[in-house]
Design a protein around this ligand. Structure first.
Ligand code: F0G
Length: 460
C-alpha cells in the first residue's frame, strides 16, 4: 500500500493504448443534431472523452485479461462460475449467487420474486432501472432518503442515508406485510454518488429486523461507499475497505449487482441472497430470462474476469486512486466557481444544471441542454440526470419534477489520465463563461420506458 502522505497517483502503468477521436466543432454540431441532442444517441467514434457512464467502461487489468483466456465455456457448471461464487462469498459474504447479464437482470429477478401487486418498496432515492422493475412487478417505489440529499449545496457527508422517520411512517401507514423489502443503494447514484454511513445502515437493519422486513442491497458501487466510510466516518479510519464492504453486506439479506461498475468488468452482474427459498425461486426464474443458473447470460470468461475484478475493487491503492481522480476533477471545478453537487461523488462529478443555466425552465430540459453544449464545446460526452431521466408518474402520467437537475461527468475506472481531467475542466469552464447565450430544448420523441436513453430533442 502507498503511504498516505503521497498523492493518489494511479497504482498501475499503461500497457496498451486506444487512440481517441479528435473532432472539429463543425463535425460535432452535425453529429449532435443527428443524435437529436441526446448524448446516448451519439456514436462513440464522434466522442473525444467519454464521461457518459462508469458502467462497463472500465479498463480491465492484465490479470483479468489473463483470466479471460481461462474461460470454461461449458453450458453447465463452468469452473468460472465456481470462482465467481467463491469471490461473492469471500468479499461480500452472501450465501447464494446467481449470475445475470448485468444489474437490471438481477433487478428483474428480485422484483418478480419478492414484489406482489400493491406492495410498497421504500428506497434511498430511486434508480431508473431499479424503480421500473419494481413498478413492472406491481410495486410502488417510496423515497426514504434524507431530505438533504435533494439539496445540491448541502455538504452533509452521508447524503445516501435513510431518514428513519420516513421509513417508520411508511411501515405504520401500509403495514410491514405490504413492504417486501427496503432497497438500499451503496452509493446513491441519482443523489450525485453519495454514500450511506455504516451507522445509518445499522439503524435501518435494526428497524427492519423489528418489523421482519428484508433489506435488498443495490451494491453496484459498494467499494466506493465503503471507502468513504473509512475516510469520513468516526471510528472507521483504521479499517480496510474490504472489511467495511463485508460488514455493509452483512447488514442486508440479499443484493443486486451491476458488476460493470465497482467490479471492473465490461459486462456482467449477479443476484445474491442468504435465503434458500428466494435462491430456489431465482434459479427457477433465471432460466427464463437470462440462462442456466451457472452462467446467467454470461460467457465463462466474463465470470472469470468478474471474479478477479471483485478482488481488485477492494484493493486499497485502487480505490484511493479511483476516488482521488474524481475528487481532483471536482475540486478543480469548484475552485473555478462551477456549481456542482456537494460533496463530490465517488463515481463522477455532477453539475447542478439549475444553477448553471438558471434562465432555462426545467420543462426546457436544462441538464439535457448542458450535456449537449458540453459535447459541442470539446467533444466530452456526459449524461442528463434530471427531468428526462426521472420520467413520468406511472399512475398519473405527469412528469416527475426532480429537485436535482444534473449533468453527470462520470469517470470510467482506470481509463483516463489527469491531463484528461484538465481538458474536461477547461471545457466546462469555457461553457460556463458562455452560459447566458445557451437556449433550451423541446422533446420531439418520447419512448414509453426509460425515455432518457432514446428521446429526441430540438433546439428551441
Ligand atoms: N443500480 C445502480 C445504482 C446503477 O447505477 C445501475 C446502472 C444499475 C442499478 C443497473 O445496472 O446497467 O448493469 O443494468 N447504472 C448505469 C449508469 C447504467 O450509467 O449509472 P445495469
Amino acid at each position: 500500500m502507498t503511504e498516505t502522505h503521497t498523492p493518489w497517483a494511479e497504482p498501475y502503468k499503461i500497457k496498451m493504448v486506444e487512440p481517441l477521436a479528435m473532432t472539429t466543432r463543425e463535425h460535432r454540431e452535425k453529429a449532435l443534431k443527428e443524435a437529436g441532442y441526446n448524448t446516448f444517441l451519439l456514436k462513440s467514434e464522434d466522442v473525444y472523452i467519454d464521461l457518459l457512464t462508469d458502467s462497463g467502461t472500465s479498463a480491465m487489468s492484465d490479470r483479468q485479461w489473463a483470466g479471460m483466456m481461462l474461460g470454461d465455456e461449458a453450458y453447465a457448471g463452468s469452473r468460472n462460475f465456481y470462482h465467481l461464487e467463491a469471490a461473492v462469498q469471500r468479499y461480500y459474504g452472501y450465501k447464494h449467487m446467481i449470475p445475470t447479464h448485468q444489474g437490471r437482470g438481477a433487478e428483474n429477478l428480485i422484483s418478480r420474486i419478492l414484489i406482489k401487486p400493491g406492495d410498497i418498496v421504500p428506497g434511498n432515492m430511486y434508480f431508473t432501472t431499479t424503480r421500473l422493475h419494481q413498478e413492472l412487478s406491481g410495486g410502488t417505489f417510496a423515497d426514504i432518503i434524507v431530505d438533504v440529499a435533494h439539496d445540491p449545496n448541502n455538504t452533509f457527508p452521508f447524503k445516501g442515508n435513510v431518514d428513519l422517520n420516513k421509513l417508520e411512517a411508511l411501515i405504520k401507514l401500509h403495514g410491514a406485510e405490504k413492504i417486501p423489502y427496503v432497497s438500499i443503494a451503496t452509493t446513491v447514484n441519482m443523489a450525485g454518488g453519495q454514500p450511506i454511513s455504516l451507522e445509518n445502515m445499522k439503524a435501518v437493519r435494526e428497524l427492519t429486523k423489528k418489523h421482519k422486513i428484508r433489506i435488498i442491497h443495490d451494491m453496484t458501487r459498494v467499494a466506493e461507499n465503503a471507502y468513504m466510510i473509512k475516510l469520513l466516518e468516526k471510528g472507521q479510519g483504521h479499517r480496510s475497505t474490504a472489511e467495511i464492504v463485508l460488514e455493509l453486506c452483512s447488514l442486508t439479506d440479499g443484493a443486486t449487482m451491476s458488476a460493470k461498475k465497482d467490479a471492473l468488468v465490461n459486462i456482467g452482474g449477479f443476484m445474491a441472497t442468504n435465503e434458500w427459498d428466494v435462491f430456489e425461486e431465482a434459479r427457477n426464474q433465471v432460466v427464463i430470462y437470462e440462462g442456466l443458473h451457472t452462467y446467467g447470460g454470461l460467457a465463462g470468461r466474463d465470470m472469470e474476469a468478474m471474479a478477479i475484478g471483485i478482488s481488485e475493487s477492494v484493493d486499497e491503492d485502487h480505490i484511493r486512486a479511483r476516488v482521488g481522480q474524481v475528487f481532483y476533477l471536482g475540486e478543480k471545478l469548484m475552485a473555478a466557481g462551477i456549481p456542482i453537487v456537494k460533496p463530490i461523488g465517488t463515481h463522477g462529478v455532477f453539475l447542478d444544471a439549475k444553477a448553471f443555466l438558471p434562465h432555462i425552465p426545467q420543462t426546457s430540459f436544462p441538464a439535457q441542454t448542458l450535456a449537449a453544449e458540453l459535447y459541442l464545446d470539446a467533444g466530452v460526452r456526459t449524461m442528463e440526470r434530471g427531468i428526462v431521466s426521472a420520467g413520468r408518474n406511472k399512475d398519473t402520467g405527469e412528469n416527475y419534477l426532480p429537485e436535482l437537475e444534473l449533468v453527470r461527468l462520470t469517470i470510467p475506472r482506470r481509463v483516463y489520465t489527469q491531463a484528461h481531467m484538465d481538458v474536461i475542466a477547461a471545457s466546462v469552464i469555457n461553457v460556463h463563461k458562455q452560459r447566458e447565450k445557451i437556449t433550451g430544448l423541446k422533446m420531439t420523441y418520447e419512448p414509453k420506458y426509460l425515455r432518457f436513453f432514446q428521446a429526441l430533442f430540438e433546439k428551441i
